[in-house]
Design a protein around this ligand. Structure first.
Ligand code: HEC
Ligand code: HEC
Length: 185
């Protein structure tokens, strides 16, 4: 007698948990779907252009991400343009703010991370092969080399050397070149 009622309570309890789990699933799916819809309306008209500087027109969707990026990532060195490194590098750097070249990036809040990732991944390319090593220095990045077809770098290139040829780095302008480069064939 006691046994049967206990087991019926048990099965009722199981049924209840199944209903709860289903409800949670349904809820997450509808939230996910909602977010996709919102993102879709945002992205529908945004072409995937690679922009090098703000005046190239970084679309409104990426503006907050770019501002966060410039604010957070130019505190210790210049902010590097997203296109010189693969998306995988940016991802790793954003995921590990406390393990950043022997130091740590302070005040990296979750929302900032998401906005920066949205911006950085849009304006960078992914590596073509899964087993391709992720470069952590511009010097090792083939995208950096691809952006410099005319330049034969003699010395190691770091965030400190960009200014030698790009006088506008402080304004995040990597299009303007020094007169020697501007006028050379
Ligand atoms: C607390 C200071 C600090 C902040 C803030 C900081 N970095 Fe750095 N970063 C460094 C140091 C130190 C290095 C090592 C390079 C060096 O020796 O100058 C470095 C190197 C880099 C390099 C390699 C540069 C090269 O020459 O190839 C990249 C890329 C980079 N940081 C990205 C970022 C990003 C993205 C952020 C923002 C999320 C950021 N950094 C914020 C201190 C910082
Ligand atoms: C020795 C000079 C030199 C140095 C150092 C240099 N660049 Fe350049 N950069 C150029 C030249 C010249 C071009 C134009 C492409 C070409 O002619 O190869 C260019 C083009 C670029 C572009 C493409 C700009 C566009 O038109 O959209 C980016 C981005 C860029 N450089 C980023 C960097 C960064 C970041 C650094 C530092 C890590 C750096 N460069 C260091 C000379 C240099």
């Amino acid at each position: 007698m006691f046994k049967t009622s206990w087991s019926s309570i048990c099965s009722r309890f199981n049924l209840l948990s199944v209903i709860i789990i289903l409800a949670i699933c349904f809820w997450s799916i509808s939230i996910g779907w909602g977010i996709t819809c919102i993102l879709h309306t945002f992205t529908r008209n945004a072409p995937m252009a690679i922009a090098a500087s703000p005046d190239d027109g970084v679309y409104a969707r990426y503006q907050a991400g770019q501002e966060f990026y410039l604010k957070t990532c130019s505190a210790c060195h210049i902010a590097l343009p997203p296109e010189v490194l693969p998306s995988e590098t940016w991802k790793k750097l954003l995921e590990n703010p406390n393990n950043h070249y022997g130091t740590s990036v302070p005040n990296l809040i979750r929302l900032g991370q998401l906005l920066m990732w949205d911006y950085l991944q849009t304006f960078s390319r992914t590596l073509s092969a899964k087993d391709e090593p992720i470069p952590f220095y511009v010097e090792q990045s083939r995208y950096f080399k691809l952006l410099h077809p005319r330049v034969k770098f003699k010395e190691t290139v770091t965030h400190r050397s960009c200014i030698i040829c790009h006088p506008g780095v402080e304004n995040f302008d990597f299009r303007t070149l020094t007169p020697e480069w501007e006028n050379s064939p």
